[in-house]
Design a protein around this ligand. Structure first.
Ligand code: ACO
Length: 322
């Protein structure tokens, strides 16, 4: 049996930090409201000369160094992002060039906040079927570029960042199970109304930013995590005690707590970075993973559970022996 194993992790956060207090000066909000409703304290925001590919590149370099692999070893690059540098080429192709990787396939997966888990599912299948041996799965986002900084209902929620895992084929168990899903019927609850093909016409003028019905999204997110919990319990024959660490998408501390409760996971075994990073969409899981690996909480041999939910709606999970 061929497994896909996480051989290394890396992450990168832009230097600029925007605190809730900074936002108080821009919009009608308070640090207290933001922390109480979301758990967020601060977020990192890219500089004018930084892009999704430039921060994704740094995360990839760190993950490759951690795994001890070089450009010649990489035979697939998958980037989960909803904020690509350009319409084309893909962010994955831009990163491929900067890394000096030659001839590997490279493409983006667009599943909003579930992009990393979707990418992991795909890369796992490539490795298990012998299509690739060493794969970069990157989650990278510059959500600040599609955030309306005048809209207090969304401006407080998002941040920028990137994370990456190097997946390698192995005889030893690595990714144990993945599940990905989508339900397209709620498009308008969380979307960017303007776009390439729908256009940027007068009726949608100014609507090139994230628009969200927060309450409805909250309810759908909790329902999706319920679905994930049921699938996971079935995978484990009911023994959730096998999971050492729950690494959820970092959207909102209240959603994370509700999801952990469904899984019966005490908060001491949940990796939560939403306070420091806000919601970095497809980057949030690999960022949180790398942070917990670096600070020594996640160790080799631990069983991890990733769970994501995002626009689409999309959702998914992965169970991984680290
Ligand atoms: N500061 C102060 N007050 C605010 C702010 C703010 N930043 N934003 C909204 N309010 C006000 C509202 O205007 C409203 O006032 P009103 O009662 O006078 O009308 C009041 O606060 C309550 O607003 P609600 O929207 O009901 O607040 P809620 O408790 O639902 O929290 C939130 C809003 C945080 C957005 C919540 O709904 C949520 O977290 N939803 C899920 C969002 C999410 O996770 N999205 C991403 C998931 S997918 C992905 O990651 C892309």
């Amino acid at each position: 049996m061929i497994y896909a194993r996480i051989a290394g992790t890396g992450s990168f956060l832009p230097e600029k930090v925007v605190t809730n207090k900074d936002l108080e000066k821009l919009i009608d909000t308070t640090d207290e409201w933001i922390q109480e409703r979301t758990g967020i304290k601060r977020r990192h925001i890219v500089a004018d000369d930084e892009t999704t590919s430039s921060i994704g590149l740094e995360a990839a370099k760190r993950a490759m160094s951690d795994a001890g692999v070089g450009p010649k070893d990489i035979d697939l690059i998958v980037v989960g992002t909803a904020t690509p540098d350009k319409i084309f080429p893909s962010t994955a192709c831009i990163i491929q060039r900067q890394l000096g990787v030659k001839n590997s396939p490279a493409f983006d997966v667009h599943a909003a906040c579930s992009g990393f888990v979707y990418g992991l599912d795909l890369a796992n299948r490539y490795i298990q079927t012998g299509g690739a041996k060493t794969v970069l799965v990157i989650g990278a986002e510059t959500l600040s570029r599609i955030t309306n900084w005048d809209d207090r209902s969304t401006a407080v929620l998002f941040g920028d960042g990137a994370g990456c895992v190097v997946l390698q084929s192995s005889d030893e168990p690595g990714i144990l199970a993945t599940h990905i899903h989508a339900d397209g019927q709620y498009e308008e609850l969380l979307h960017v109304p303007n776009g390439i093909s729908v256009g940027f016409d007068q009726t949608r003028a100014g609507r090139s930013y994230i628009e969200m019905n927060g309450n409805a999204v909250f309810r759908r997110a909790v329902a999706a995590f319920d679905n994930i919990a049921r699938e996971t319990i079935a995978d484990l024959d009911g023994d959730l005690g096998d999971i050492d660490w729950f690494v959820p998408h970092q959207a909102n501390m209240r959603i994370i707590k509700a999801a952990a409760k469904k899984l019966g996971m005490p908060m001491e075994r949940v990796i939560a970075t939403v306070d420091e990073h806000a919601n970095t969409s497809g980057a949030s899981i690999p960022l949180a993973l790398d942070l917990a690996v670096r600070d020594g909480r996640i160790k080799r041999g631990d069983t991890l559970m990733f769970a994501a939910f995002g626009a689409g709606f999309t959702w998914g999970s992965a169970m991984v022996k680290y």
